[in-house]
Design a protein around this ligand. Sequence first.
Ligand SMILES: [Cu+2]
Length: 545
Amino acid sequence: MSRALLLATLVLALVPISGCLGGGDEFDFEPGTKFKETGRTVHLRATVVDLPSQEVVPGLKANLWAFCFQPVDPNDAYSAAAVQKYTPLEGDVTPDGYQPGECSVPGPTLRVKQGDRVKIEFSHSHFHPHTIHWHGQFVPWQSDGAPGVTQDSIPSGGAITYDFIAKRAGTLWYHCHVDTQFHVMNGLYGMMIVEPQDTTYEPKGVDKEWTMVLSTMNRNSVEAIGALHSHPPGCASGFQGCENPSSIAGEPDVFLLNGHSYPMTMDQEQSLYVMKPGERYRLRILNAGETVEEVHPHGHDMLVVAKDGNPLPPSSRYYADTLKIGPAERYDVVIDATTAAEGPWMIHTHVSSHETNCGKSPGGMHTMMVYESYLDKMHQFKAELPASCAGPAVSIPGDFVNATTRSFGTVFGEAAERTWTIPLDMPCAVERLTFHASLDSMGTPVPLPGQAQLTTVTVVMKDPAGAEVLRQDLTALVPDVLYQLEKGSLAELAPSPGAYTVTLSTSQAASASVDLFANVDYYETFEESKVGHLTYKVGGCPGFT
Ligand SMILES: [Cu+2]
């Protein structure tokens, strides 16, 4: 073999090998590399506030906690632009000192450029401690927001500055890392987008970006946290008299897309995806909830281009009509709008029980991709797809059962009066009220021969409105009285909450005592809804049938 032929053979033999080694289509990407610091700083102030009575599902108002972000310097346009706000829905609360959308659930989307310095001055006067964890970002460990591990949580009145270079690009997120199972559920999460400097692996020809943040809640747990808001200002865990919420969170039973359930998603500018034929959209999906979801758009495929913010090699990108996304995962997908597909299309989780509100479908993690030419027709489709909870959950008081003894003085002939109250918290939900008073004969004086029993105790009972409903003398001959009210009559007699009062009086106290017993028996569970939250159907209670 000539030298030239040998060389040619070797070159030919090496070509496939170099192909295997990567060659021209080598995927030349490594997270957090190939960038220069921009020299610019995104300088924000962050806090946590209460968002009371946020309607997240039609008819369900939750007491949420929200992250707020705003530029430290209001004139700093670069930092201000990094805070991308959700347009508040009607009725959403804007806390004092903030612009609409600066405090929200999910929190505002933070959008910075790779290489920017991100400086977040975090402080709060919320009753519970919090932190911010920058999920996916390559931060110095001191800025990792991991309480009890690498830093203390930030108590009410405390402060920390998170300071890092946005090294890692892509779709990331942030969330509180204190009792994550509660704090995230209660609203402390949001998306963070870092635009890469090297756009080699970015999807091309994108006209618009959409974001989809999926999350879950447990109604009972969120309501339980709401009840803790009576804590004094500055009250935080570890302080005397301040309770933490239970560390056991209930199973998810509320399913949210950008902080709301369908059909509220249709009213949310950032959650109703409007399309135009020929355009191409990049949808960034974050699962901030506790469940695994299956995102499914109707009428379109999704080209999956990035996982957890990192681009997939072009040869590994794939089309899917159903995309599994577990807790904390992110996927970027590209959706093409075509003339052939013009219309209104659902996009929702295909874990079907999670596209419900209180067990009713459609609801939950569900919204629409609507072509512009169909926008004005959406009210029809919405009308055909009603979804709401049956009504607010009613909290029925626990039964009142009490027995006691009221004793009078020991001086014969002395007048005396004793009182007792029977609380009545929700008259319309009472099944039966029972009151029993009985003169304790052991306490009556021994009558002299030929004399009548001397001790008489008069029992007077008044309803919460002050009307007398019972008057009876107790004597040795008539030693007791029983008073009962059944369902129906009680609501009429005592339409508003309050207390029945019982007054015992005698003009001849002499070691007499009266045994008292009361039982206010409220209705219990009437119907257990599919989401595990107890709802009640109580005849006579306003708003319930
Ligand atoms: Cu927190």
